[in-house]
Unconditional design. Structure first.
Length: 289
């Protein structure tokens, strides 16, 4: 471009620049003013909910994975009606969500209940479930709704034959005998951790394990204090051959299991548990004058 053409083009180019600059600036401002996409989901009734909550509300049903074998006082079925501590908690959660409740009891083991939740086949797992390191790699845990001490159901004669007059505390520290546990439950992991020298023998059900202790197949059975005490409470005659030991330094925290992607659902369950923990009967309200 020669000098004369350059002088003529400069005002035109300048004008074009002045005209385009405001338009570009306005577009940038408008873009910056746009809100980011909301992570919430609008349901059919107009509510804005987190995706994991909306999934349940839109379905109209909360699916709870639960072990197929009854475990009172936590869950049991009689005449087609489910009842127990875990059932009441599940009903409270479903009630707060305003949806129906369905129990999926297809799991043939307690560990299978946890796996169902981890695989997304159920919204929650509520089934007398203890927190373990293995399970923490598959699901999220709610805050505990009940904490139970660990305990042993011991065969008196077999235990005495093995440890003689050795103090109980020392015998527990060096426990090496056959120790019965329920297969595919948290108690397998607890027993390996608490009694590393013991020879673990798994049994399919708690009743099968209790029967094994009575026959002397194992020195003891390892489970929570509630289950162990109940054995002698239901049949006091067994106290002649069996005894119980509760450990004050070992506890299991029972929690609701939640899918790893369902963070808002976990927070919601925690709130329901917290609200139930401090609840008093209507006629027992504390009133400050």
């Amino acid at each position: 471009m020669n000098a004369r053409l350059a002088r003529l083009a400069s005002p035109v180019l300048l004008a074009m620049g002045l005209m385009s600059a405001p338009a570009t600036s306005a577009a940038a401002t408008a873009s910056a003013a746009l809100p980011p996409a909301s992570p919430l989901v609008r349901t059919a009734d107009g509510r804005l909910l987190a995706p994991d909550i909306a999934r349940i509300v839109e379905r109209g049903e909360l699916v709870i994975a639960m072990y197929q074998v009854d475990s009172p006082p936590f869950y049991a079925q009689k005449d087609g009606v489910m009842s127990g501590i875990d059932i009441e908690l599940a009903q409270a959660i479903a009630g707060e969500l305003g949806v129906k409740l369905r129990f999926d009891r297809s799991s043939s083991s307690v560990d299978a209940v946890v796996e169902m939740v981890g695989n997304g086949q159920a919204d929650l797992g509520i089934s007398r479930l203890g927190r373990t390191l293995r399970r923490s790699q598959m699901v999220l845990f709610s805050t505990p709704y009940l904490v139970l001490g660990h305990a042993m159901l011991i065969h008196r004669v077999r235990f005495s034959e093995r440890y003689g007059k050795q103090p109980l505390k020392e015998a527990m520290r060096n426990f090496e005998g056959p120790l019965g546990v329920m297969a595919n439950t948290s108690w397998v992991e607890f027993a390996r951790r608490d009694f590393p020298a013991a020879r673990l023998q798994p049994y399919p059900t708690w009743q099968a394990l209790v029967d094994a202790v009575r026959r002397g197949e194992v020195l003891a059975a390892y489970r929570d204090e509630l289950a162990v005490r109940e054995v002698l409470e239901q049949d006091p005659r067994l106290a002649l051959s069996l005894r119980t030991v509760t450990f004050t330094d070992a506890q299991t925290a029972l929690s609701v299991m939640v899918g790893v992607r369902d963070g808002t659902l976990l927070a919601f369950v925690n709130e329901v548990i917290a609200s139930r923990a401090g609840r008093r009967p209507p006629g027992d309200r504390r009133i400050k004058p």
